[in-house]
Design a protein around this ligand. Structure first.
Ligand code: AP5
Ligand code: MG
Length: 218
C-alpha cells in the first residue's frame, strides 16, 4: 500500500502520519523533515533547501524528486510508504508515477486533509517541533506533558523558522497555486479521498485509518 497525505501547510499531515504509518505498517517519508535533517547536518543539499524554505518557496523539483526517489528506494519502503509533503507540484507527481511504474508499483490512495485558511494560520503560529524526532505539538491545544520537551523522545522543542506569519502566508499562496492542482490530478484517477481535517486529531485519525483499512480490505 502506497499512500499520499495531501494538504496545506498546517493541515496535520505530519501529525497524522506519525500516528497512522506505524499502525498500518508503512514507512513515513516527509520531504520537509528530510530537508530539515539535511540542513542540520550542514550538507550541500541542506544549504540549497534552506535558501528556499526560509522564504516559504518550494525547493526546485529536480532536487526534491531526486531526494525522494532515493529515499523510497530504501529497503524499509518495500512494505509500503506514506508520503507527507510530497508530491507538491504536477511535475513531482508525474515523476513519482513514472518512477513507481518502472518498479511495477503505484500510488494506491491519496488522502486529502481539508482545513480552512483561518485554522491553518492559527495552528502554525502555535506549533512547536521536536528537534530530534520532528513530532509536532500545538502548544495551546495539545501541549507536551513537560514544557519544552518531546513526549516521545524527550528531545528539545523549537519553533520552525518558516512559521512566522509572513512566511506562512507565502507558503499558503504557494500551496494554492502549485499544489492544489494535484487535487484535480488525483481525483481523475479515482484515488483521492477528502477528509475533514478540522476536527480533533483523534477523529481525523479514525477517519483516515478507516479509509486505508477499507482500501486494503481489513
Ligand atoms: P513541510 O515541512 O512539508 O511543511 P508544510 O507542508 O508546509 O506542512 P507543515 O509541516 O507545516 O504542516 P503539516 O500538515 O505537517 O501539519 P502538522 O501536523 O505539523 O515543508 C516545509 C518546506 O520545505 C516547504 O515550504 C518547502 O520549502 C520545502 N518542501 C517540502 N516538501 C517539498 C516538496 N515536495 N517540494 C518542494 N519543496 C518542499 O500540524 C500543524 C500544527 O497543528 C501542529 O502544531 C499540530 O500539533 C497541530 N494540529 C494538527 N492536527 C490538529 C487538529 N486536528 N486539531 C488541532 N491542532 C492540530
Ligand atoms: Mg509537516
Amino acid at each position: 500500500m502506497n499512500v499520499i497525505l495531501l494538504g496545506a501547510p498546517g493541515a496535520g499531515k505530519g501529525t497524522q502520519a506519525v500516528l497512522i504509518a506505524k499502525r498500518i505498517g508503512l514507512a513515513h517519508i516527509a520531504s520537509g523533515d528530510l530537508f530539515r535533517q539535511e540542513q542540520a547536518s550542514g550538507s550541500e543539499l541542506g544549504n540549497i533547501a534552506k535558501s528556499y524554505m526560509e522564504k516559504g518557496q518550494l525547493v526546485p523539483d529536480d532536487v526534491t524528486v531526486k531526494m525522494i526517489l532515493g529515499r523510497i528506494a530504501a529497503p524499509d519502503c518495500a512494505k509500503g510508504i506514506m508520503l507527507d509533503g510530497f508530491p507538491r507540484t504536477l511535475e513531482q507527481a508525474k515523476a513519482l508515477d513514472e518512477a513507481m511504474s518502472k518498479e511495477g508499483k503505484g500510488i494506491d490512495l491519496v488522502l486529502y486533509i481539508k482545513v480552512s485558511n483561518e485554522e491553518l494560520i492559527k495552528r502554525l503560529s502555535r506549533r512547536w517541533i521536536c528537534r530530534d524526532c520532528q513530532a509536532p505539538y500545538n502548544i495551546v491545544e495539545v501541549p507536551p506533558k513537560v514544557s519544552g520537551k518531546c513526549d516521545k523522545c524527550n528531545g528539545e522543542l523549537y519553533q520552525r523558522a518558516d512559521d512566522t506569519e509572513e512566511t506562512v502566508r507565502k507558503r499558503l499562496d504557494v500551496y494554492f497555486s502549485q499544489t492544489m492542482p494535484l487535487i484535480e490530478y488525483y481525483s481523475q484517477t479515482g484515488k483521492l479521498t477528502e477528509v475533514d481535517g478540522e476536527r480533533s486529531i483523534g477523529e481525523v485519525s479514525e477517519d483516515l485509518i478507516a479509509v486505508i483499512e477499507s482500501r486494503i480490505g481489513r
